[in-house]
Design a protein. Structure first.
Length: 280
């Protein structure tokens, strides 16, 4: 199958996923033309476009430092035949956008998570002002561009796209808020390391010490685990998959030997991808 260039992301234009796609393009040194960046309605569509070869990359959020993991992304990575070829760690800074001055704002719209993440600012500056929950921060920016007495909590990236002035910057309660995005595709770009590998495993049997048998392989090889998380298999109550991120490339020692041993001692085993770390 001949695969096209460009990328799919969770839309509409102006979302943090869109911004991550732009960051990724700069990181790998490509310029995507008009129409090559596609905003879609849900994460499964992002994966579908990558699988069909309609885009060269798919951008999906995998975890946020405040909200935690994106469970649908984790499930899709296990269920679908796609590969993780990169990551982008994006600082999440919220702004208040409006066509009107502060005193004329009668409602503030955003995604529910963004409204919650800016609670202190809203209570201090806009007590009693109606808050409107929308599907994304980008949708809020777009709404504010059409409603002169609305404010929107969105990124400065969205403000530029929808041409809505920024009244306040960095209004989030937690300034270290970051979201990690996976880049899905079929060709890993030759970026400099260090590398990271993501995989999914499930023990052969559900018994005491079964997870330890898996984790000790990494410990004995001196391999650093940067993340581990469990998700139900959706088959039997009490059966879990374990998502693991570790430092190292899957094709290089000592991780190569560890993965070979794990394949023999696990019931389910899948390497999601090896890719250059993003230092954020």
């Amino acid at each position: 199958m001949r695969r096209r260039s460009g990328a799919a992301f969770l839309g509409p234009e102006g979302t943090f996923s869109h911004e991550a796609a732009v960051v990724w393009a700069k990181k790998i040194g490509v310029i995507w033309g008009q129409g090559e960046l596609k905003g879609v309605e849900d994460l499964s569509q992002v994966v579908a476009l990558v699988k069909r070869g309609e885009v060269g990359a798919g951008v999906v959020p995998v975890e946020n430092s405040i909200e935690g993991s994106v469970h649908l992304t984790l499930d899709l990575l296990w269920e679908e035949e796609v590969q993780v070829v990169g990551e982008v760690i994006l600082p999440i800074h919220h702004c208040l956008l409006s066509l009107s001055p502060e005193r004329e704002i009668m409602a503030i719209a955003s995604h529910p998570h963004a409204l919650a993440q800016c609670r202190r600012f809203l209570e201090a500056r806009f007590p009693g002002i109606r808050r409107i929950a929308l599907s994304s921060t980008a949708e809020a920016a777009r709404a504010a561009s059409c409603n002169p007495h609305w404010g929107a909590i969105a990124s400065s990236f969205a403000a530029r796209i929808y041409q809505v002035p920024v009244l306040y910057r960095n209004i989030e309660d937690y300034p270290e808020n970051k979201t990690r995005f996976f880049i899905l595709g079929y060709e890993t770009p030759p970026l400099p390391g260090p590398y990271k590998t993501s995989l999914v495993v499930s023990p052969l049997v559900n018994r005491p010490g079964s997870l330890y048998e898996i984790l000790k392989e990494f410990a004995q090889a001196g391999i650093d685990l940067t993340r581990i998380e469990s998700r139900p298999t959706k088959k039997e109550l009490g059966e879990y998959l374990f998502y693991i991120d570790c430092v190292g490339a899957a094709g290089e020692e000592p991780l190569k030997s560890v993965l070979a041993r794990l394949k023999e001692k696990t019931r389910l085993f899948k390497v999601l991808g090896s890719y250059a770390q993003d230092r954020g």
